[in-house]
Design a protein around this ligand. Structure first.
Ligand SMILES: NC(=O)C1=CN([C@@H]2O[C@H](COP(=O)(O)OP(=O)(O)OC[C@H]3O[C@@H](n4cnc5c(N)ncnc54)[C@H](O)[C@@H]3O)[C@@H](O)[C@H]2O)C=CC1
Ligand SMILES: O=C(O)C(=O)CO
Length: 391
């Protein structure tokens, strides 16, 4: 018998029972659910990561939909429990859904939602922050100050790397990778090289059409060298040429340990590696060894292979900056993620069609208007044969 899990209840007489496994920022998501006849139960357990058993206890005998978190293991057990309780709607409060077994969801006919778009710029800004912090050794310098070690300006004190004119490499040039690339090219006049399995028309349209011709002419007119860009034919080309490399692919079988010992060895000795995607994209034990052997190589990590843990040795290394998976943590974004996750579940319960383009979710985020009668983003819509909204 599973232990009962503590909850907070909103709109107790609502017709549809919706669970959120965590409290989420903002109130719009709560209001949207309760205004649409949902009884909302928010788990208030103190522990950070809920077990499968905890979530089964939350689902109980009757549950129409669940909003869950990327720390939870949504597989066969949870989808069968949700389906037994009559539920056909689940949404991750995240764009990444590597914690979800979509085949299991398909088997039980459960729609799986995610939250694309609303976190693109916020996540790219954290990757840019880590790039700057690593290049200019900001964390090390901050620790030095606080330790009372500063006794005057010195020519060699915390000398780092200049970004301007260097090459930024992006691996996985989707929504976030492209936004990061633009920030680094536009903001710091870096040259760009990217690798993706597919041509990134989103990024190429920007660099070829809207930005580089005029920006290049402007730089030239001011006696500066125009920035350049190219799509690499292999990931190794990026590793060899770039001074800063930022990882933004999804985590799947093709990207597990994408950066391993051999690939680290291909990077420049003074390169900077940023990871705001998922921890297992890097072989973290190999990274620790590489950082030890190459003190001028620096890394900025938001995600870790065995979250919430770090591989032994990482925390002691001065050439590593580590932050606790906060890339999407701006107030606007987190409230928007909560809204999208709630609307994914609500829309499926209501039988709405799936929104025509998960890259354009702004209409759902306008606080001054009712959201469209559609489901913002369902990753298995095709497999389940869900109708699509055509606006
Ligand atoms: N640290 C954090 O808090 C956050 C992490 N993320 C992670 O970032 C990922 C990307 O998010 P979006 O940009 O919105 O997704 P997206 O789907 O727009 O972009 C992912 C890109 O990766 C590419 N890709 C897939 N396999 C590849 C491979 N083997 N080699 C090179 N490229 C490959 C895809 O073609 C696609 O262009 C998410 O799946 C999530 O895991 C997202 C938001 C916040
Ligand atoms: O959305 C995601 O995938 C995250 O990692 C958290 O924002």
């Amino acid at each position: 018998m599973a232990k009962p899990v503590s909850i907070e209840v909103w709109n107790p007489n609502g017709k549809y029972r919706v669970i959120s496994t965590k409290s989420m920022p903002g109130t719009r998501w709560i209001n949207l659910l309760i205004q649409n006849d949902c009884r909302l139960e928010i788990c208030t357990e103190k522990k950070t990561i809920l077990s499968v058993e905890d979530i089964i206890a939350l689902i109980g005998d009757k549950c129409d939909g669940v909003i869950g978190q990327l720390t939870e293991d949504w597989g066969e057990e949870l989808f069968s429990a949700l389906s037994r309780a009559g539920g056909k709607a689940f949404s991750n409060m995240a764009v990444g859904y590597n914690n979800v077994n979509v085949d299991a969801a398909n088997k039980y006919g459960v729609a799986v939602g995610n939250t694309p778009g609303v976190l693109t710029e916020t996540t790219a800004e954290l990757a840019a922050s880590l790039s700057l912090a690593a290049a200019r050794r900001i964390v090390e310098a901050d620790e030095f100050m606080r330790a009372g070690l500063y006794d005057g300006w010195l020519p060699h004190l915390f000398v780092g790397n200049l970004l301007k004119g260097q090459t930024v490499g992006v691996i996985g040039a989707g929504r976030i990778g492209s936004a990061y690339a633009r920030m680094m090219v536009e903001g710091f006049k870096m040259n760009l090289i990217y690798f993706d399995l597919y041509q990134s028309t989103r990024l190429e349209k920007f660099v070829t059409g809207m930005f580089l011709p005029t920006y290049g002419a402007f730089l030239k007119a001011n006696g500066e060298t125009p920035v350049t860009w190219k799509r690499a034919s292999s990931m190794d080309e990026v590793l060899q040429e770039a001074d800063i490399i930022s990882l933004h692919p999804v985590l799947d079988k093709t990207t597990y340990h994408l950066v391993n010992k051999e690939r680290l060895a291909k990077m420049k000795k003074e390169a900077i590696l940023i990871n705001c995607s998922r921890g297992p994209v890097i072989d973290e034990a190999a990274l620790v060894e590489h950082l030890k052997e190459n003190p001028l190589f620096r890394v900025g990590l938001d995600v870790f292979e065995d979250e919430p843990y770090m591989k032994p040795g990482l925390a002691e290394l001065k050439n590593a900056i580590v932050v606790p998976h906060i890339a999407s943590a701006s107030k606007w974004t987190r409230e928007g993620m909560a809204t999208l996750a709630a609307l994914n579940v609500l829309g499926k319960i209501k039988g709405y069609p799936v929104w025509f383009d998960p890259n354009r979710v702004e209409p759902f985020l306008n606080e001054n208007a009712q959201p469209p009668a559609a489901i913002p983003s369902i990753v298995n819509a095709k497999a389940l044969g869900l109708p699509s909204s055509k606006l």
